[in-house]
Design a protein around this ligand. Sequence first.
Ligand code: ZN
Length: 395
Amino acid sequence: MITIIRNISVYKPESVGIKDVLLLGDKIAAIEDKIDINLNGFVEVKEIDGTGKILVPGFIDCHVHILGGGGEGGFTTRTPEATLSKLTTSGVTTVVGTLGTDGVARDMNALLAKARGLDEEGITTFIYTGSYRLPLRTLTGEIMKDIMTIDKIIGIGEVAISDHRSSQPSFEEFCRAVADARVAGILSGKAGIVNVHLGDGSRKLELINRVVEETEIPITQFLPTHINRSHELFEEGIKYAKRGGYIDFTGSEDPDLWEERDGEVRFSKGLRRLLDEGVSLDNFTLTSDGQGSLPLFNERKEFIGIGVGSSTSLLIGIKECVFKENIPLEIAIRAVTCNPAKILKLKGKGKIEKNFDADLCLLDEETLDIDTVIAKGKIMVENKKAVVLGTFEEK
Ligand code: ZN
């Protein structure tokens, strides 16, 4: 399949001006001022007019409960599985799936099967092995074997710390799991990243900081998430990022609900702070916690209600950066493109470059709304509508 996107403003993520972009099969073949090819009509060439539009890399959402999550208010609160069009219409072309609180009623076999399904439906998927709990329940029985022998497994997580729902892991237990992920990553050319769920407990990043201080394991082995769940945690996150650590923001849709009532730091405001504090442009990511339950507990830690995360929060976060905080688009989109690709060592992902995967989003220049989404060279969303649906999705 050959596709040419013409006359479009390209953000690689850095802005390189108006270009023509040629896609051959599932790869980006050329980015030039003007591309002319003559195939004498032997092969059909799809032309897309990019006038008035912006081309950005397809979004990488590296923390999604693709199998559903939760159940923190009993079995009726187990959240539904991810669907293809919900992801693609949110601009997501690569997803990293994870289990969460529940690693029993949902397990690694099911998570891997779900990831393979979404992959066959057209997007790229990876997964973390384990759940909140340590010792980890893996697919093969060992962390190292999982990472080294299962292509889709790129690290461990989300391991919960500083949370009333965590398994309250000891320092030694935590260290050993991190060490196994690291060594398996080194041996297999993967990131071996440790995705850490941070709760609202007072210990915050303490366990991670101890590993960094007391062992030889580098700070870059971790990707702690939900760093913006409170102002107090975010302040610790800034110090951590300034020391070279990676931090992951969890996006949310409704600022009134989560910012005002729950004390969350919006991604846009958090990123503004990071930039003012001089944190590296490589060290932050934004994920949706998609399909995860958003359980609400009162001050006595009693369950009072539940919502579901969605990948739509990524673009909402990017738009708030640009329109409310005046952060350049080329910086804001790093959080969902080149940064997760680099941190998680996802080859061919996260940039608009020759020979990279043809994972792309076309956005309206004025509104930054998603118009078209291309995954592995195939058009998934066109004129704001999903044109490829998951197997059991209804038109
Ligand atoms: Zn979490």
